[in-house]
Design a protein around this ligand. Structure first.
Ligand SMILES: NC(=O)c1ccc[n+]([C@@H]2O[C@H](COP(=O)([O-])OP(=O)(O)OC[C@H]3O[C@@H](n4cnc5c(N)ncnc54)[C@H](OP(=O)(O)O)[C@@H]3O)[C@@H](O)[C@H]2O)c1
Length: 277
C-alpha cells in the first residue's frame, strides 16, 4: 500500500500530509465515504462541528478495524462557542459524538475578530491540550495579525493554521508567517472545489505527465510542504486523489502553477466573517 509521508507538527506529533475532507458530505453519506477513504488507505480525516457529521466520522473510524493510533482525526470548534466555558463544553460534546478517547487535532474554525475573543477561546483549547484529550491544537482561517495577537497573549503556539489555499489563491504571505513560527499550513479547498480543474496551464502539465488536473494540483500542494485533504463522495476520485506519490512536478511546473495565483479568495474574508449559527 502507498505510504503517505508525515509532516511533524511543532509538538512532535506526526500528521499524514494527505487526508480526506468531509465538508458538505451529508451525515447519512459520511460513514460510507469515510470508510471508503480508509479502505483506500487514507489515515487522516478532517471534520468540524459545523459539518454536522462528526458522529458518522467517528463511527467509520471505530468500524474500520484499524488501531485508533493509526488514524489522525481533526475537528473544529463551532463559531457559536467562542468563549472559555462554551468551548470546553463543545469539545466534550465532540468527543462524545465521535466516541473516541481523544482527537488528534482540534482547531478554532474561524477567528471571528469582530464577534468574540479568540484569545479566551484559545485558552480553553490550551486546557484541552494539557488534558491530553487533543494531541495537538491549532487554528483555521487566521491571518498573520490574528496569529501575532495569539502568539503575544497566549502560551501554546498553534500546531497548524488551516486556510483556503489553491492555485488561484496561493496565500504565500500567510504560509511564510506560519513557517517562520513553526505553524504548519493546511490547505482547505485544495482544488478550489473543482474551479481550477479546467485551467489550461494545469491541463498542459497533466497531459504531459498523463495525470489529471486534480492530481497535478494536489501534488503542487504536497511539494510546497502543505497538508491537504480533498473531499469527494465519488470512489474513483477518492482513489485518484490518493495516487500522488508516484510522480513529481518539475521546478518549472511548480513555478507555472504558483504563477496562476490571482488572489481569488472563494470563501469569506476572515477579518469580516462573523457568521454564528
Ligand atoms: N477550515 C475551513 O474553514 C474549511 C473550509 C472549507 C473546507 N475545509 C476542509 O477542506 C476540505 C476540502 O475542501 P472542500 O471540500 O471545500 O473542496 P475541495 O476538496 O477543493 O473540492 C471538493 C469538490 O471537488 C470535487 N472533486 C474532488 N476530487 C475531484 C477530482 N479528482 N476530480 C474532479 N472533481 C473532484 C468533489 O466532488 P464529489 O464529492 O461530487 O466527487 C467536490 O465537489 C473540506 O472537505 C473540509 O474538510 C475547511
Amino acid at each position: 500500500m502507498t505510504s503517505i509521508p508525515d509532516v511533524t507538527l511543532n509538538n512532535g506529533i506526526p500528521i499524514p500530509q494527505l487526508g480526506f475532507g468531509t465538508y458538505q458530505i451529508e451525515p447519512q453519506d459520511t460513514e460510507d465515504a469515510v470508510r471508503t477513504a480508509l479502505e483506500i488507505g487514507y489515515r487522516h480525516i478532517d471534520t468540524a462541528q459545523m459539518y454536522g457529521n462528526e458522529k458518522e466520522v467517528g463511527a467509520a473510524v471505530r468500524a474500520s478495524g484499524l488501531d485508533r493510533a493509526e488514524i489522525f482525526v481533526t475537528s473544529k470548534l463551532n463559531n457559536r462557542d467562542h468563549a472559555f466555558g462554551d468551548a470546553l463544553t463543545a469539545f466534550a460534546r465532540t468527543l462524545d459524538d465521535v466516541d473516541l478517547e481523544y482527537l488528534d487535532l482540534f482547531l478554532i474554525h474561524w477567528p471571528l475578530p469582530t464577534v468574540g475573543d479568540f484569545i479566551e477561546t484559545w485558552k480553553a483549547l490550551e486546557e484541552i491540550y494539557a488534558s491530553g484529550r487533543a494531541k495537538a491544537i491549532g487554528v483555521s482561517n487566521f491571518k498573520p495579525a490574528h496569529l501575532e495577537r495569539l502568539l503575544r497573549e497566549t502560551t501554546v503556539v498553534p500546531a497548524v493554521n488551516q486556510i483556503e489555499l489553491h492555485p488561484y489563491f496561493a496565500q504565500d504571505d500567510v504560509r511564510a508567517f506560519g513557517a517562520g513560527h513553526g505553524i504548519a499550513t493546511e490547505a482547505w479547498s485544495p482544488i478550489a472545489q473543482g474551479k481550477v480543474l479546467g485551467d489550461p496551464v494545469l491541463a498542459a502539465i497533466a497531459e504531459r505527465l498523463d495525470r489529471s488536473t486534480a492530481q497535478v494540483t494536489l501534488r503542487w500542494h504536497l511539494q510546497r510542504g502543505d497538508i491537504v485533504f480533498p473531499k469527494s463522495v465519488t470512489r474513483e476520485r477518492v482513489e485518484e486523489n490518493f495516487r500522488l506519490f508516484d510522480f513529481a512536478l518539475t521546478p518549472d511546473d511548480m513555478a507555472a502553477v504558483t504563477a496562476l495565483d490571482r488572489g481569488a479568495r472563494m470563501g469569506p474574508d476572515p477579518d469580516t466573517f462573523n457568521y454564528v449559527p
